[in-house]
Design a protein around this ligand. Structure first.
Ligand code: PGA
Ligand code: ZN
Length: 423
């Protein structure tokens, strides 16, 4: 049949952080093709699905992905060839079984995901559908109408994404006015360009970090970026709080050492309770609308306290805690750890599992935020189609560099296809 998988091929490519990654190419009997390249996370959570690296120090300092490429070409391809590309769930299940481990450590989540999304792309091409529409059909998603996600645009980055910036990882702007995707993207970019001027005037460098956001040296505190961003919002002609909110991803799993959160920049080490209090103060002072990874990835006891204290004021987003994993999300919902989840395809490793997690979140009124990866993005834009398919609240993507802006360009393209959809 024409929708049957005829070939599945992979190759090692480079991602934005100059770390290797994988591109898979699926061809159907009809000749329709699907290509997907997986991203690579810099501050990956420990509970994420396993990314298989070669660990051959003679190639790419150990970060090569030839083993995962071989797993696709020699193990996954012969298993899947002959199956219908329209059977996405069965294909994903087959790869999960072939791997047989809890976290995809045999074949590598990088190998499995590359094929999973490439299959969906080939199937969508075969049906002459955009990917977002195909995802709704393939998973029979009962979602009425489309609501395009708002951008969550990273303005200043630190932590593992930049040297000598802040302890916290991301300070973003999130346009919240009831505007079109195009206007929202323009708003974020105008703030970014204005922030560049604000930083320059104050004598900061305007070099950018992994995600294309600014990563200035010499900021006086972890709080300082917030005022700078608010200044930029206002100078760009927008109203902070009404038209644009601030989104924080302190990514504190990365700074949790010896039982405390180490704010090296300020010479402080804080307990969970003290960190919650710090965020509480900031939320009282600034127009913060979302807080992601406000506690570390195993701090199950304190997440409910964070959510109880702040969850009515801002969206409490779990990232490293839930890692797009259905079981971890279930636990987080049951124990009331938050009210929103960050979704990254390569945290879990198949399209099917990603959709299941998104739908569980929706059923429980948790907002989904589909995210780029910090360290090693590719020019693939499937994450945007995923966001549109499940009506995500936001897409989190950096404001510059080709591998980031292609996501916003895709969002605006989708808006041209389906018309302006407001949140
Ligand atoms: P990562 O960062 O891709 O490096 O994990 C993004 C995030 O933490 O949201
Ligand atoms: Zn995060």
């Amino acid at each position: 049949m024409k929708e049957t998988l005829k070939s599945v091929k992979a190759r090692e490519i480079l991602s934005s952080g100059s770390t290797p990654s994988i591109e898979a190419r699926v061809t159907l009997e009809s000749g329709a093709r699907g290509v997907f390249s997986v991203p690579y996370g810099a501050s990956a959570g420990v509970h994420e699905a396993f990314i298989l690296l070669d660990n051959d120090k003679k190639r790419f300092l150990g970060k090569g992905m030839l083993k995962a490429v071989e797993n696709i070409n020699n193990k996954i391809a012969p298993t899947l060839i002959g199956m219908s590309a329209f059977k996405q769930k069965e294909i994903d299940q087959k790869m999960i079984e072939l791997d047989g481990s809890e976290n995809k450590k045999k074949l590598g989540a990088n190998a499995i995901l590359a094929v999973s999304v490439a299959v969906a792309r080939a199937a969508a091409n075969e049906k002459k559908m955009p990917l977002y529409e195909y995802i709704r059909e393939a998973f029979n998603l009962q979602i009425e109408d489309y609501r395009l996600p708002n951008p969550m645009m990273v303005m200043i980055e630190g932590g593992k994404h930049a040297d000598q910036s802040t302890d916290f990882q991301e300070y973003s702007v999130s346009p919240i006015g009831n505007k079109s995707a195009k206007e929202n993207v323009r708003c974020g970019i105008e703030i970014y360009l204005t922030l560049k001027k604000v930083l320059k005037e104050k004598g900061f460098s305007v070099n950018v970090g992994n995600e294309g956001a600014f990563a200035p040296n010499g900021l006086e505190s972890n709080e300082a970026p917030i005022s700078l961003i608010i200044e930029a919002i206002e100078k760009a002609g927008y109203k902070a709080g009404e038209e644009v909110g601030i989104s924080l991803d302190p990514a504190v799993s990365e700074i949790f050492e010896n039982g405390k959160y180490q704010l090296k920049k300020e010479g402080k080490s804080l307990s969970s309770a003290q960190l919650i209090e710090l965020f509480n103060e900031w939320i009282a002072k600034y127009p913060i609308i979302t807080l992601e990874d406000g506690l570390h990835e195993d701090d199950w006891d304190n997440w409910p306290k964070l959510n109880a204290a702040l969850g009515e004021k801002v969206a409490i987003i779990t990232d490293d805690l839930t890692v797009t994993n259905l079981k971890r999300l279930k636990k987080a919902i049951e124990t009331k750890c938050g009210n929103a989840i960050l979704i990254k395809l390569n945290q879990i490793g198949t399209l099917t599992e990603t959709i299941e997690t998104c739908m569980l979140a929706r059923e429980n009124n948790w907002m989904t935020v589909i995210s780029h990866r910090g360290g090693g993005e590719t020019n693939d834009t499937s994450m945007v189609d995923l966001a549109v398919a499940v009506n995500s609240g936001f897409i989190k993507v950096g404001p510059s560099r080709g591998e980031r802006v292609c996501k916003y360009n895709r969002l605006m393209e989708i808006e041209e296809e389906i018309g302006v959809k407001r949140l």
